[in-house]
Design a protein around this ligand. Structure first.
Ligand SMILES: Nc1ncnc2c1ncn2[C@@H]1O[C@H](COP(=O)(O)OP(=O)(O)OP(=O)(O)O)[C@@H](O)[C@H]1O
Ligand SMILES: [Mg+2]
Length: 399
């Protein structure tokens, strides 16, 4: 019996079989090259050192609308819009003098061509050069990228529109939550309180001998108390009115305290209260961000401790929420029905900030860096479509 070796066996690399026939003749090689050039999908144009066209393939004819008999011998400038003539000639000359033998014509931008009908169009081009019998020839391979650019534009516009829609939906939701919370608190809450007082009055003024009625009143009082408490809880969960009435700092204190009570997790809040005098859009976003991060800790982390830190650094606000729980794969794909972190990222992006989530099996750290609006700043537009303010990267550290 042969035993398989326990280490990888190095096999010799295969060698090229000895050619059966002689190398291509010059004439055959030239014919193959000419046929390849003419059947290429990309336009191929060669110009001489006076920038006159010497080769123009079939794809170039289709792209520019000129036939090769019309173009060969003509200056390259017929294929370029007038305003680029000077800069283009300089670029080609510079490339021929000092450049490598092959490169893209523009690393960071698309060049512009002009069809026979005068229509301009974007081109992705690469250029190479060779010297033959003392003369220099430049060959340019061109691809019409009109459709590609249009698709990128459409995608960019559609992303901006989706962002604007998400922002408007968030605004509307927040507005509706505020309205319902206010009505629950003011209308229903007040009526229930009045009712409690009335029941208390009836109970107090009940003549002796009505023990059964008195017991009913007592039960009604208990029920009313729990209903008032439930109404307050539902209203606060929708949107704590103190966020609008008293400001962000008391609202965050309430949030952290409530989370700690409900989850049994020891929650600590460190905040620079002076840093929290923010415009409403920012305070709502910050409140919802901390709320989502804490809800996630209560729902998923199996943590015993959680900390919320909010600090202001010049014109930036930094929020860090961390826990000592089981962690998760923060770089993994999103669960289909999970939208909390997505919404959190969206809120931060609308305020032109940055989110960084680090998670290990020792806990999770959600760090947010927000630029604060300057006094002369207009509120960021919904779409977040304005120029993004560059954001300092958030330094990574262990959760
Ligand atoms: N602090 C955390 N500790 C452990 N796992 C977390 C933590 N935060 C998020 N996760 C994981 O990331 C997933 C996505 O969170 P996300 O908030 O987006 O959705 P969700 O909480 O599942 O649902 P919802 O849409 O109600 O927020 C969670 O399901 C959970 O597995
Ligand atoms: Mg969540």
């Amino acid at each position: 019996m042969r035993l398989a070796p326990s280490f990888p066996v190095r096999r010799p690399l295969p060698t090229m079989p000895v050619p059966a026939s002689a190398p291509l003749s010059h004439a055959l090689a030239t014919a193959i090259a000419a046929s390849a050039i003419d059947s290429a999908m990309d336009a191929i144009i060669t110009i001489d050192d006076e920038q006159r066209v010497v080769l123009f393939n079939a794809a170039a004819e289709a792209m520019f609308g000129w036939s090769r008999t019309e173009v060969v011998g003509a200056p390259l400038s017929v294929l370029i819009p007038q305003r680029f003539h000077g800069s283009h000639a300089v670029a080609v000359g510079h490339f021929g003098a000092a450049g490598p033998t092959r490169r893209r014509m523009a690393q960071d931008r698309i060049v512009t061509g002009q069809r026979r009908c005068g229509e301009e169009f974007p081109i992705d081009a690469s250029i190479s050069h060779l010297t033959h019998e003392g003369r220099r020839y430049f060959t340019v391979i061109l691809r019409d990228v009109t459709l590609r650019l249009r698709a990128i534009e459409d995608l960019t516009r559609s992303r901006a529109e989706t962002k604007a829609l998400a922002a408007a939906a968030q605004d509307a939701l927040e507005h509706e939550k505020r309205r319902i919370a206010r009505e629950l608190h003011d209308e229903l809450g007040q009526s229930l309180t009045m009712l409690t007082m009335d029941v208390a009055w009836c109970k107090a003024h009940l003549p002796a001998g009505y023990a059964a009625v008195s017991a009913h009143f007592a039960r009604m009082e208990d029920l009313l108390k729990t209903t008032v408490a439930a109404t307050r809880r539902i209203a606060s969960d929708l949107r704590p009115l103190m966020l609008d009435d008293l400001g962000l700092a008391p609202a965050l204190e309430w949030l952290v305290e409530t989370m700690a009570q409900r989850s049994g997790i020891e929650c600590t809040l460190h905040m620079d209260e002076a840093a929290l005098d923010l415009p409403q859009m920012h305070s709502t976003a910050l409140f919802r961000i901390v709320q989502e991060a804490l809800t996630n800790i209560a729902k998923h982390a199996r943590a015993t401790e959680a900390t919320v830190e909010i600090a202001r650094d010049a014109d930036r606000l930094r929020i860090v929420v961390r826990d000592n729980g089981v962690g998760f794969d923060a770089a993994g794909p999103r669960k289909p029905a999970s939208f909390g972190l997505l919404g959190l990222r969206e809120r931060v992006s609308l305020l032109r900030g940055e989110v960084c989530i680090d998670s290990t099996d020792r806990g999770t750290r959600v760090a947010i860096d927000l630029p604060l609006p300057r006094d002369d700043d207009a509120a960021p537009e919904h779409a977040g479509a304005g120029a993004a303010t560059p954001v300092k990267p958030i330094p990574r550290e262990a959760p």
